[in-house]
Ligand binder design. Structure first.
Ligand code: ZN
Ligand code: ZN
Length: 362
């Protein structure tokens, strides 16, 4: 699989007039090479696929980065020295570096070494090339993402048995995290959000020692990381019997979610999808309480391209993975969000999550 991704990258490099590039961001490095270590530099040209990494990663890199030439840096030969030597040997004259993932210090260190070696080499920033490829998931990625989603669904079903008045938000979050890890997750995809009662009006609130009380909405937003891939799901439940207003707010969010979900298909623009959910919420009179975009891409990172926000010009294509997560957040009252991670398919879409979205009272 990594060779197919490499071929697609080489085509994109040619289009961007980049005969050689360096890749240092961990997600992009993993996506292309399969190497999951925490440091390493990829050098890619039409002929070369080289992974320079530390001596400590030598064995791991050799087994994970199939088809790549692994060059181990040592105390005697630094990664920069090795890179300089390779670039000189192959006469590379134009070298791309990741604009969004290269520190000033790293760039200066490279340039200093290239200058010292009298390389006739021009360093140019690039961005979004690999991120662009990552927007369309391949079969291998879909398998891993389905598993990540399945783990978070299981954690949700498990935590439903645990949630009751008197339990703290923090304990709910710990139960979710524990179950996901127990089910095989590498860890959490992001810090689990559990907010209840009036606190549920904070879309990204942190779980606290606050105890759940009758009448509270409880919003849980969480995801598993599985073999590098993230899931992202939000469910809101109510403790005890919901009030009429709670029912109305919940049904509005659910309707907005379902309308956007049903419209998700190749060809639709991110902002059009956002508008479908937003107009549903506006028509119910809650427009000013939906202050964030409808969704975002998800994959190796929990937030990646494409976007499905108010300003998103991204046209969705089959293979995109996006979240659909409308919400209503009323200060000093509470809030509701319902989120699924959704695959765009040739026929339309397929949600990765299978747990109910009807209002559950516990
Ligand atoms: Zn989420
Ligand atoms: Zn999300």
């Amino acid at each position: 699989m990594s060779m197919q991704r490499l071929e697609a990258l080489r085509k994109a490099m040619q289009k961007a007039n980049l005969p050689a590039i360096l890749v240092t961001s961990s997600e992009n490095r993993f996506y292309l090479s399969g190497f999951s270590g925490s440091s390493g530099t990829l050098l890619i040209t039409p002929e070369l696929a080289i992974l320079i990494t530390g001596f400590v990663y030598q064995e791991q890199a050799a087994s994970q980065a199939v088809g790549w030439q692994v060059v181990p840096a040592t105390a005697q030969a630094s990664a920069t020295a090795l890179l300089t030597e390779i670039l000189a040997t192959h006469g590379v004259s134009r070298l791309g570096f990741e604009e969004n993932h290269t520190t000033v210090a790293q760039l200066e260190a490279w340039q200093e070494a290239f200058l010292e070696a009298e390389l006739d080499l021009f360093c140019v920033p690039y961005k979004d090339i690999i991120e662009g490829l990552r927007q369309v998931k391949d079969e291998e990625e879909l398998t891993l993402m389905n598993k990540a989603a399945m783990i978070s669904d299981q954690a949700y079903l498990q935590v439903l048995n645990f949630i009751r008045a008197g339990v703290s938000e923090r304990d709910v979050a710990i139960e979710i995290d524990f179950t996901m890890k127990k089910m095989g997750a590498d860890g959490v995809a992001f810090e689990t959000i559990v907010v209840s009662g009036k606190r549920s009006s904070m879309p990204h609130g942190k779980p606290t020692e606050k105890l759940l009380q009758p009448g509270d909405f409880v919003t849980m937003d969480f995801g598993a990381k599985y073999k590098g891939y993230c899931s992202d799901i939000t469910r809101t439940v109510v403790i005890g019997k919901p009030s009429d207003e709670q029912r109305k707010v919940y049904q509005t969010v659910l309707q907005a979610h379902m309308r956007a979900l049903n419209a998700a298909a190749p060809g639709i623009i991110g902002k059009e999808l956002d508008a479908i959910a937003r107009s549903t919420i506006e028509d119910a009179g809650y427009g000013r309480y939906f202050g964030h975009g409808l969704g975002h891409g998800v994959g190796l990172q929990v937030h990646e391209q494409p976007s499905a926000g108010q300003k998103s010009e991204s046209e969705l294509v089959a293979g995109n993975m996006i979240t659909i997560e409308p919400g209503i957040y009323i200060p000093n009252w509470g809030g509701v969000r319902i989120e699924d991670s959704v695959l765009i398919t040739a026929e339309g879409h397929r949600s990765l999550h299978h747990t109910t979205k009807e209002l559950i009272s516990l």
